[in-house]
Design a protein around this ligand. Sequence first.
Ligand SMILES: [Zn+2]
Length: 60
Amino acid sequence: MKSDIHVCAAWESEHDRPVYTLGDACPECGAPAVNSAPAPFNPEDPYGKYRRAIKRRNRD
Ligand SMILES: [Zn+2]
């Protein structure tokens, strides 16, 4: 079975720790929730998480 666990794309700025959800949006702040499986966030690329979130949205 495929894992559908997502993590808040903006957790670094909105929360003290990653917020996980099974949905497509963070239940706490409403930001897009992205697949938690890929590589960890790159601190040198603070906007990468937003680009990924936008990409995901455009695909839907
Ligand atoms: Zn959030």
